[in-house]
Design a protein around this ligand. Structure first.
Ligand SMILES: [Zn+2]
Length: 388
C-alpha cells in the first residue's frame, strides 16, 4: 500500500494557535488557511486567475453538486477535478452529506446511508459512506471528507448521540473503503489522485461528552486529519467557541484540524486561538454577491445611499484590485445597475480580506504576537459601525 504524499508540519506555535503547512500532491497550503468555496467546480463570480491574485492556495468543491452534475464518472474520464476545472493547486471536497441534509428533498437516513432525491430533477439516490469515498476518488481531490450525519440545532442529547454513533460507524466504513482504494483496484472506481488524504469528522452537537467520544473514536480510525462538523448551525457563538476549544483538545497535535462551514472573520481568529488550522465558508463570496463587503472596521453595504458620491475605496488598507482601482460610488452604481462585474469585484475584495486576515494570523503566530493581533483585531471591529 502506498502512503499518500500528504503531510502536515507545524512551524510555530503561540498559545494554542499553530502555524504550519500541509503538503499535498498538488502543492502546499500554508496554515491557518481559509478555503474559498467552489461549489460546482468554480468559485462564483470570479476566475481561477482572480483566486490566485488574492493568494488562495486551496479551494473546496462540493461532492453533492458535482456528483449530480456533471457526474463524478464524467469528471474521472476527463482526468479528475483538477484537470477538469483547470486548477492545478490543492482541492478539498466535502462528502456531500451536508447538501443532502440541506438541499435535497424527501431524504431518509438509515444505518446504510442517506436516501435522497436530487434537487435538480427529483431522481432517487443513495449516498453511503463507501459511495461518498468512491465519488471523491473519481474527483481526485487532495483531501476527501467522510460522510457524516449532521443534526440541526437545537437537538436533544439522544438525537445527537444517535447521529454521533452513526457518524462514527460511517467513518469506519469510509476509512475501510479508502484503504481498499489505496491498496488495490476496485471494480468500477477510477482513482484519479493517488495522493488523496482522508479526514474524519467529529460530531456531537453542543454536548461536550459526545464531542469527546466522537473525537476519541474518530482519531482511532487513523485518518490523515480531522474536521469539526455540526457547528455554525444556529448555536450561540460562545457555545460554538467552547465546543471548538473542547474538541481540539482531543485531536492529535501533529495533524491538521478543520472547522467546517465557519464563519465570520472574528470566528476565524477565535478558532485559531483554540487550535484550528483550516476553514471554509460561503460568507465572503455569497455576501459579496449581495453587496456586503467585509473590512477590518466591519461590514459595509455598498447599496447604501451614503456611498453614492464616496470616492474612497471600500477599504483603504486593502491592496486588492477592486480597492486599488475603484471608488465606493462606482461599485454602488455597478451593483444597483445589476452589472455582472459588480459580483466579481465585490467577491475579489471579500476573498482578499479573508485571505489577508489569514496572512495576518500566520505572521502574528510566527512572531509570537498572536494575542496582540487578536486583541487589535477585535478592537478595530468594535470601533466599526460603518453602516449603523
Ligand atoms: Zn479590497
Amino acid at each position: 500500500m502506498s502512503e499518500p504524499p500528504f503531510s502536515f508540519r507545524i512551524t510555530h506555535t503561540d498559545g494554542r494557535a499553530r502555524r504550519g503547512a500541509i503538503t499535498t500532491a498538488h502543492g502546499a497550503i500554508e496554515t491557518p488557511a481559509f478555503m474559498p468555496v467552489g461549489t460546482q467546480g468554480g468559485v462564483k463570480a470570479i476566475t481561477h486567475r482572480d483566486l490566485e491574485s488574492v493568494g488562495a492556495e486551496v479551494v473546496l468543491g462540493n461532492t453533492y453538486h458535482l456528483y449530480l452534475r456533471p457526474g463524478d464518472a464524467l469528471i474521472a474520464r476527463l482526468g479528475g477535478l483538477h484537470r477538469f476545472i483547470g486548477w492545478p493547486r490543492p482541492i478539498l471536497t466535502d462528502s456531500g452529506g451536508y447538501q443532502v441534509f440541506s438541499l435535497s428533498s424527501r431524504r431518509t437516513i438509515t444505518d446504510e446511508g442517506a436516501h435522497f432525491r436530487s434537487h435538480l430533477d427529483g431522481s432517487a439516490h443513495l449516498l453511503t459512506p463507501e459511495k461518498a469515498a468512491d465519488i471523491q476518488a473519481h474527483l481526485g481531490s487532495d483531501i476527501a471528507m467522510v460522510l457524516d450525519e449532521c443534526v440541526a440545532h437545537p437537538c436533544s442529547i439522544q438525537e445527537a448521540a444517535d447521529a454521533m454513533r452513526r457518524t462514527l460507524d460511517w467513518a469506519r466504513r469510509a476509512r475501510e473503503r479508502m484503504l481498499a482504494l489505496r491498496s488495490h483496484p476496485v471494480d468500477g472506481v477510477t482513482v484519479t489522485n493517488r495522493g488523496q488524504a482522508q479526514f474524519g469528522i467529529v460530531q456531537g452537537s453542543v454536548y461536550p461528552e459526545l464531542r469527546e467520544a466522537s473525537a476519541v473514536g474518530t482519531v482511532a480510525l487513523g485518518f490523515e486529519g480531522h474536521a469539526i462538523g455540526g457547528l455554525s448551525v444556529g448555536e450561540p457563538t460562545d457555545v460554538m467557541y467552547d465546543i471548538v476549544s473542547q474538541t481540539t483538545a482531543f485531536l492529535p497535535e501533529q495533524q491538521p484540524r478543520y472547522l467546517m462551514g465557519t464563519g465570520m472573520p472574528e470566528d476565524l481568529v477565535e478558532s485559531v486561538a483554540r487550535g484550528v488550522d483550516m476553514f471554509d465558508c460561503v460568507l465572503p463570496t455569497r455576501n459579496a454577491r449581495n453587496g456586503q463587503l467585509f473590512t477590518a472596521r466591519g461590514r459595509l453595504n455598498i447599496r447604501n445611499a451614503r456611498y453614492a458620491e464616496d470616492e474612497r475605496p471600500v477599504d483603504s488598507e486593502c491592496a486588492c484590485y477592486t480597492c486599488r482601482t475603484f471608488s465606493r460610488a462606482y461599485l454602488r452604481h455597478l451593483f444597483l445597475s445589476g452589472e455582472i462585474v459588480a459580483a466579481t469585484l465585490n467577491t475579489l475584495h471579500n476573498l482578499n480580506f479573508y485571505l489577508d486576515t489569514m496572512r495576518g494570523i500566520r505572521d502574528a503566530i510566527a512572531f509570537g504576537r498572536f494575542e496582540s493581533f487578536r486583541l487589535a483585531f477585535h478592537q478595530r471591529l468594535s470601533r466599526q459601525a460603518l453602516d449603523s
